[in-house]
Design a protein around this ligand. Structure first.
Ligand code: PHE
Ligand code: ZN
Length: 891
């Protein structure tokens, strides 16, 4: 059985560590780590021995205040070191503990702790990697002042970096050198970082608004300096934005970003020394796409914003993870909205929430943004904690307004700077700053599942009154079942849901324009059912409910096709214009699924007309918004809609329906797509700016539809363009063409893929794209090709980016093939999980999440999935990460 950790068992630490002085000596055969811990009995603690975490550490020496400890003074097992006494005498209230251990970073394939990557040694400590470097109480409520001396071969590892300020450095003998760093701020050990590597550096500086000069540096693999300019400018933009929007300044003299090719996650906010996956740093027009550029902006901002929301104020325990992650995602979303298009940013966040978070909430790993138990914390870096966490913060923002929110942030920092706190502390600051009672709102923190919001409108022309009845419901999820099994209390009662509402009149204007800003009023739904009445509405309006997607809920609102078309055309809220289009498209596509995806009788003429209008609009006004509107709901989203209606998910029918609709639109609107393609041709050199990005998105979308034309047209008119575009000067256009070709059963596909690989084989991130377009291909035999690619020299199972690009892309972004009726997709996933789990349990567990929804499929598929899940579960020495995911899936 897996050990479960419970929030209710939280107790303050018995001992505090005020300082940690580390000495890390990197040698070819091993690394030696010495730690000097200044320990102090916690007056507010429960008393007792000093418990230190340690994993895969070979203890060499242990002494207390200079006295070597003897066997009877301590106990040491696989993961803890307990210090009870000094030579039999009780521990004093203050002392220094000295430890010396050896670790083996060269054989660390988990990429947690200190590990070797191509250009040197890198650390990753969140959540529990520090215990793989040195003995320490590895919990975020222990905040210590760190100093760190690093020693290594000078030639191979010229850069020696850690948090804070470089205070001294020198040489040692002929070939070695050392550097000593001191971090002036106390921090939890998960924010510690160390790098010893051979890297190139781009340097710059930033002057904060109070006049502090901060040296900025981006370190990358040698030869890649021409790919880090965008990251640097994103960093500077983030720094000014946080000053302007939240009054938050950089607090250190150095801010360093180090890019590494082997990394489990996106990036890590270590104090003053962020470590990034290369994917979120490196970009050049010919190697990175528009969305890569945007993601770099977002992730650089995210990690930078953590300096205040996460580092200055951190989490008391890992159950509070959303305290820093939900808030920081909210902040990076706001940054993107302010620096790119706010409507497009919001639409993309909502789409992502539906693709990743809603299924999570409906599946066996369902959990609230603040869970109360876990077996492996690494499994809780989820869409729920991050993205739904951000939605919860956004709802507070919506309820109390921008100014009160800002006061709430100020108060939060006034109260908690330098502390490790809880989600409750954050909500309390927001409540106190705004005066709004958030007690009912707090339920969002402890409830799993996606609520249903039911709406019903009624217009009384005689008295010009519109009445909207809203009701909410939230069915128990797998999480409540787990609570019940553990004998824990289950929260009940309605949630406090902000429902942003507009009433759109027949002429397209907003009925509430005079009373409310932007014609949008925010309703507070706090009861199970509530009625809202609006007087002086001159004509029957179409209600625009949940403007800006004001709450993460499923909306059940039976609006007619004509009403949705009205919103698509006139809603002043861009997000809901998009949403109306998505609802209409889902309706059509699900009718297609019901019709078996055959013929086209289920495609209403009005839908074709709506697409036509959006295209027209996009060419005249906002191309980026039009491109978003023309992306049909994802197969995963349609699958969830089926599951939500109690139907069995039919991945084949969903795929067919979507494809039929694409073919139909391509045939009916070919001239329009051609016109768009012509009109949106590039007129200036590539730049990843909003205007160009939108034009490229719409133009490539048009090209994608043209590629769905009949064979003659495809061969004669589209194929030459696709092949030419494979040689475009920017990766956005190249990958759009290559991705389209990868879906076509034509000889040119092979040529284009081979040429692309030949050209880019030495550029790791571009090779990832090559793997990904093949993994997500809709052609038959894709599972087999993915398997074959795993044997290709380009693939490396030890590198997370490669596994994500090939295997996770196949499992998570190619539902029709992953859920193939022959069970080959499931077998492939299980093979990878089993091969990977001992090497890198975190990444293996992420792949295992692909099985989450297995019970929603037909019995044939269920039996294939069960076979594979049981095969994984039955393997010996299964990593805890994978065991938790698979255990929950099998329930
Ligand atoms: N804290 C990191 C972030 O949100 C994510 C992360 C978690 C990175 C665990 C590495 C390990 O930006
Ligand atoms: Zn984060």
């Amino acid at each position: 059985m897996l050990d479960t950790i419970y929030l209710k068992d939280y107790a303050p630490p018995a001992w505090l560590i005020d300082k940690l002085d580390l000495h890390v000596a990197i040698h070819e055969e091993y690394t030696e780590v010495r730690g000097m811990l200044a320990c102090r009995r916690n007056p507010a603690g429960p008393g007792g021995e000093l418990v230190l975490d340690g994993e895969e550490l070979a203890l060499q020496e242990l002494s207390l205040g200079g006295t070597a400890l003897v066997d009877s003074d301590y106990t040491l097992d696989d993961d803890t070191l307990c210090i009870r006494a000094v030579r039999g005498a009780a521990l004093p209230d203050h002392f220094t503990l000295e430890t010396r251990v050896r670790i083996d970073p060269d054989s660390n394939t988990q990429l947690s702790g200190l590990y070797r990557s191509r250009d040197g040694y890198f650390s990753q400590c969140e959540a529990q990697g520090f215990r793989r470097i040195s003995f320490f109480p590895d919990r975020p409520d222990i905040m210590a002042r760190f100093s760190c001396t690093i020693e290594a071969e000078r030639q191979d590892f010229p850069q020696l970096l850690s948090n804070g300020n470089l205070v001294a450095s020198g040489t040692l003998g002929n070939t070695r050198h050392w550097a000593r760093w001191e971090d002036p701020y106390a921090k939890p050990c998960y924010l510690f970082a160390l790098v010893a590597a051979k890297l190139d550096m781009l340097e710059d500086s930033f002057v904060t608004r109070s006049g502090r000069v901060v040296r900025l540096a981006v370190y990358v693999e040698p030869g890649k300096l021409d790919q880090c300019g965008h990251a640097m400018s994103a960093l500077k933009k983030s720094m000014s934005w946080d000053e302007q929007r939240f009054g938050l300044e950089m607090d250190l003299d150095h801010y360093m970003i180090v890019a590494v090719g082997d990394f489990n996650m996106g990036a890590m906010e270590n104090k003053g020394l962020n470590i990034f996956n290369t994917k979120y740093v490196l970009a050049r027009p010919d190697t990175a796409t528009d969305s890569d550029y945007q993601n770099i902006d977002r992730v650089i901002a995210h990690e930078y914003f953590h300096n205040w929301t996460g580092n200055r104020v951190t989490c008391r325990d890992w159950f509070q993870l959303s305290l820093k992650e939900g808030l920081t995602v909210f902040r990076d979303q706001e940054f993107s909205a302010d620096t790119h298009s706010s409507a497009v940013t919001r639409i993309q966040s909502v789409r992502q929430l539906r693709i990743a978070q809603f299924p999570e909430d409906a599946g066996p790993m369902a959990h609230p943004i603040r869970p109360v138990s876990y077996a492996e914390i690494n499994n809780f870096y989820t869409a729920t904690v991050y993205e739904k966490g951000a939605e919860v913060v956004r709802m507070i923002h919506t309820l109390i307004g921008r100014d009160a929110f800002r006061h709430g942030m100020d108060l939060y920092f006034q109260r908690h700077d330098g502390q490790a706190v809880t989600c409750e502390d954050f909500v309390a600051a927001m409540q106190d700053a705004s005066g709004l009672d958030l007690s009912q709102f707090r339920r969002w923190y402890s409830r799993a599942g996606t609520p249903h919001l039911k709406a019903e409108g009624c217009y009384d022309a005689a008295v010009q009154r519109y009445t909207l009845t809203l009701s909410q419901s939230l069915a128990p999820t797998a999480y409540e079942q787990r609570l019940q099994d553990a004998g824990l209390a289950i929260e009940e009662g309605p949630l406090h849901i902000p429902v942003a509402l507009g009433l759109v009149l027949p002429d397209g204007s907003d009925a509430l324009e005079r009373e409310y800003p932007a014609g949008t009023c925010v309703l507070s739904l706090t009861e199970s059912t509530q009625r809202f009445v609006f007087d002086h509405i001159p004509a029957e309006p179409v209600a625009s409910v949940l403007r800006g997607f004001s709450a993460p809920v499923h909306l059940d609102f039976p609006q007619s096709d004509a009403e949705l078309a009205h919103l698509m055309a006139y809603d002043s809220d861009a997000c809901n214009r998009w949403e109306a289009g998505q609802r209409l498209a889902s309706r059509v596509l699900l009718a297609g699924v019901a019709a078996g995806g055959q013929d086209t009788a289920w495609i209403p003429e009005s839908f074709v007309a709506a697409v036509d209008r959006v295209l027209d609009d996009g060419m005249r006004h906002d191309a980026a918004l039009a491109a978003e509107a023309l992306i049909l709901p994802a197969e995963q989203v349609l699958a969830e809609e089926m599951a939500g209606r109690g139907q069995i998910i039919d991945p084949e029918a969903i795929h067919r329906s979507r494809l039929t609709l694409r073919h139909h639109l391509a045939a009916r609107l070919r001239d329009k797509f051609e016109a768009a393609w012509q009109a949106l041709a590039p007129s200036s050199p590539y730049a990843p700016d909003g205007l160009q990005v939108g034009r490229r998105a719409l133009r490539n979308l048009a090209l994608g539809y043209l590629a769905e034309s009949d064979e003659a047209y495809l061969k004669g008119h589209v194929m030459p363009r696709l092949m030419a575009q494979c040689n475009a000067d920017n990766m956005t256009d190249v990958i759009a063409a290559l991705g389209t070709l990868a879906n076509l059963d034509v000889a040119e596909r092979t040529t284009a893929l081979a040429d692309f690989y030949t050209r880019w084989q030495d550029e790791a991130l571009v090779v990832d794209k090559w793997l990904q377009v093949q993994a997500t291909s809709r052609l038959p035999g894709t599972a087999m090709r993915v398997r074959a690619l795993m044997g290709h020299g380009a693939f490396d199972i030890k590198n997370p980016n490669k596994v994500y690009a090939l295997v996770r892309a196949f499992c998570a972004a190619n539902p029709r093939h992953f859920h193939g009726a022959d069970g080959e997709g499931y077998r492939l996933a299980a093979d990878v999980i089993l091969q990977l789990q001992a090497m890198n349990p975190q990444v293996a567990a992420r792949i295992a999440r692909a099985f989450d929804r297995w019970r929603q499929f037909d019995s044939e598929r269920q039996s294939h999935a069960r076979t594979q899940l049981e095969r994984i579960q039955g393997s010996t020495n299964l990593a805890r990460d994978v065991a938790e995911v698979v255990g929950n899936a099998l329930g």
